[in-house]
Write a protein that binds this ligand. Sequence first.
Ligand code: ATP
Ligand code: MG
Length: 400
Amino acid sequence: MIEQMIIRYGEISLKGKNRSEFEQRLLNNLRRAVADMPSVRLHKAGGRILADVGGADLEVVERRLASVFGVVSLSPVEVCPLTLEDMALAAVSILNSEHEGRKATFKIEVKRTNKRFPLNSLEVAAEVGGRVLDALDNLTVDVHHPDSTIFVEVRDDGGYVYGTKLPAVGGLPVGSAGRVGLLLSGGIDSPVAGWLSLKRGVELEAIHFHSFPFTSQRALDKVETLAQILANWAGRVRLHTVYFTDVQTEIRKHCPESLGITIMRRMMVRIAEQIARERKLLSLVTGESLGQVASQTLESIRTINAVTNLPILRPLITEDKVDIMKRARQIGTYETSILPYEDCCTIFVPKSPRTRPRVEEAEEAEANLDVPNLVKEAVRRTTQKTFVAEEFVESVLPMV
Ligand code: ATP
Ligand code: MG
């Protein structure tokens, strides 16, 4: 019975001297993903991680570990004594469960790191393959396009025999890339943008702009649910909820309606930048996608961007809405994102927003706003809440 699993983590191995820190981080994140399954034991083993399932449900462990950022692929593996008979037995058992007596082709691929083993790789492949053919008469060899490839690793501590390499979520372990501030709305896009950043190893703090009483408690609950879902993937997400009502009221009072959205966005970025400074966030992240709405034209993005030197990551900038929606379904945010709610942006939508606002126009329109004070007050009235993973993510893979 298969009780072990090989966990591979491609890109990390490229990271030279940071490698051991990366591996340790991944190991910690993997352990957290199976924290409720005490029989599962994980340890580093020569450029990869091995899991001993210890009687736990193999498929559950597989789905959990495949959802941890940084894992590229995994394989349930039979670890056996270093004899041709044992390695062949393991291969037979895997092929049997894959084909259950139906006609199929296979090949054996051998990697030998144990140089004391008396046979070389080709000889091991021939010997194990021959024994498989003797044992299972539904199978034939095809080295070019086999239905199944069985991998046999001849290592110092035993034979490792496995079939499929299951694709995992990929990316880099959360915590390996620094901290960023995600501008999180209740929409479909920004949670996906946050997830994609997590996938590249960042630690996430979410910043939400709330305009109570124009926006309801329900709208806020929804954002908190999204923060919780992201925390389930990330381990932990801190949410900053900014009191934005006064800013919006002032914009409405003092600025031309057609530039309202542009100026509101500029204020969001200014406030987020201040929070970033206090929380040592290295960058902001938004769910913007080119041309999706009036505020997401290149001119508009430039005018919004002009208020900050902080890098703003836009992981979805070139994505189509249908693809973003598909991703939202895969990561589990879609059902929450589509709940009806009022956004602070939707309640003040001008009848005809400028689609190509220039920087000078925006600056002129802001002349009657006390920008520094509005930013200061909004930051002062910001509240924080930390979400920690409360569900174990078991994604359906592959996620591309
Ligand atoms: P989303 O689905 O993420 O709301 P969207 O397509 O509705 O995106 P906009 O409403 O124009 O686009 O918002 C663009 C981006 O600005 C969002 O992706 C998000 O990063 C940020 N944003 C918008 N509203 C808020 C808000 N109330 N709080 C925090 N960030 C916001
Ligand atoms: Mg929105």
